[in-house]
Design a protein around this ligand. Structure first.
Ligand code: PLP
Length: 452
């Protein structure tokens, strides 16, 4: 029996990214409040938010400083915009701060409200730049199978997951997908990580040549793939991809929407993974998700092309009402200040070995084919047969069942197919990391008994 709140939910809401048919039976988990790394449901039950919401609430719940800065900015100037030359302090300061901490040289920052909007903006900016540079044929953008870049029309096209395309008539034209860099699943028998990386770089080059380099504009990649199942590329992957992109003048975009702001143990994920992108998409932990914000960090070469275009045609015709919203910008600025002041990235770096050790130990579990991760993000892939890596029939819903057992144990994890992920708030303590993995371990044991 669904509770009253649950019944009202089922009758009124369309839930994003949800099995709408199944949901009518199960109903929602209604969360009411949070404190630290824990959230509490409407019955008062506590959960460790092992996914930091959707890979985003890096400072956890109940951060009074963020609440206060939002209140102050609300009272002072709740809204103004950046259109037509209007401006305000929080947006200027936030852009300055982002330029200062960027892992590669950045000229300007464009603000939006989400990761999807950031990646849609990337597509438009690349097209705009290449028109400005007088190469109107150079428009194709290469993404990767299993990438996740969002759900708006262009960003969903970049996303390389079937459910984001099927029956939405996506991807749109000019978006291509190259191979997924997942060694466990896609390497040939006996192929080392380095050999696998070389093969993927060769495949990428073949794709560019087959399409015609004069038609290929950009390549986009998450340093570590998130929603595709937490996929860490093989050693030397970006090292080998980079010269291919450079050879054909293919613009390199990093989607740091998950990896940015400390997740991998440095402020940005790109340097951790040996990536040297030209532009960067950001969102999520930029404001610890307390308010929606996204952005594109734009290099000088792109900005100059945009300026040229503006000299030719006038207005740069792109922007959102809430681009650089003052309250959101103030909260993001405070978030960055807290990261720095509390040396949060340094603290994460110290705890990463604990997280990765507990994650790695799950590889011994009879259900776990691969335990993989980087920094403070990880996943276990559940398989029917460890020796042959045979997957379960997706209809069995084994990953979802494991996440449901975890929830019952008091841990919010996320199933992406049969990969079950953890990506906790960065403020988690060592004891809480241990507790989280104890709960996941119990959920795996219960899943094992359930499939038997
Ligand atoms: N890019 C990455 C790497 C993401 O993980 C996500 C969301 O999970 C997005 C983009 C899309 O962000 P949003 O949901 O804010 O549109």
């Amino acid at each position: 029996m669904l509770s009253n709140l649950a019944t009202r939910d089922v009758e009124t809401l369309i839930h994003p990214y949800t099995n709408l048919a199944g949901f009518r039976e199960t109903g929602p988990l209604v969360l009411e409040r949070g404190e630290g790394v824990r959230v509490y449901d409407s019955e008062g039950k506590a959960y460790i938010e092992g996914m930091a919401g959707l890979w985003c609430t890096s400072l956890g719940y109940g951060n009074a400083e963020l609440v206060e800065v939002a209140r102050e900015q609300m009272a002072k100037l709740p809204f103004t915009h950046l259109f037509g030359g209007k401006s305000h302090d929080p947006a200027i300061e936030l852009a300055e701060k982002l330029k200062e901490i960027a892992p590669v040289p950045i000229s300007k920052v464009f603000f939006c409200n989400s990761g999807s909007e950031a990646n849609d903006t990337q597509v438009k900016l690349v097209w705009y730049m290449n028109n400005a540079l007088g190469r109107p044929k150079k428009k194709k953008i290469i993404s990767r199978i299993k990438a996740y870049h969002g759900v708006t029309v262009a960003s969903a096209s970049l996303t390389g997951l079937v459910n984001n395309h099927r029956d939405f008539d996506l991807p749109i034209a000019n978006i291509l997908h190259t191979a997924c860099p997942h060694h466990y699943r896609f390497a040939e028998p006996g192929e080392t990580e380095e050999d696998f990386a070389s093969r993927l770089a060769t495949e990428l080059e073949r794709m560019i040549l087959a399409e015609g380099p004069e038609t290929v504009a950009a390549f986009i990649a998450e340093p570590v793939m998130g929603a595709g199942g937490v996929i860490v590329p093989p050693a030397t992957y970006y090292e080998k991809i980079a010269p291919v992109l450079a050879r054909y003048d293919v613009f390199f975009i990093a989607d740091e929407v998950i990896c940015g702001f400390g997740r991998l143990g440095e402020m940005f994920g790109s340097p951790v993974m040996g990536m040297k992108p030209q532009s960067i998409s950001i969102a999520k932990a930029l404001s610890s998700a307390y308010l929606p914000i996204g952005g594109v960090m734009v290099p000088e070469v792109m900005y100059q092309a945009m300026l040229d275009e503006s000299r030719k045609i006038g207005t740069f015709g792109h922007g959102f009402t809430y681009s650089g919203h003052p309250v959101t910008a103030a909260v993001a600025l405070k978030t960055l200040e807290i990261y720095e002041r509390d040396d949060l990235v340094g603290k994460v770096r110290k705890l990463i070995p604990v997280f990765q050790k507990r994650l790695g130990a799950l590889a011994d579990h009879p259900l776990v084919g691969e335990a993989r991760g980087k920094g403070f993000v990880g996943a276990v892939e559940l398989v029917a047969d460890k020796a042959t890596k045979r997957a379960f029939d997706p209809k069995q819903g084994v990953g979802a069942r494991c996440a449901a057992f975890a929830q019952d144990e008091g841990l919010i994890a996320r199933a992406m197919g049969d990969a079950v992920a953890l990506c906790p708030p960065l403020v988690i303590t060592e004891a809480e990391v241990e507790e989280m993995f104890d709960m996941l371990g119990r959920a795996l044991d219960r899943t094992e008994a359930w499939v038997a």
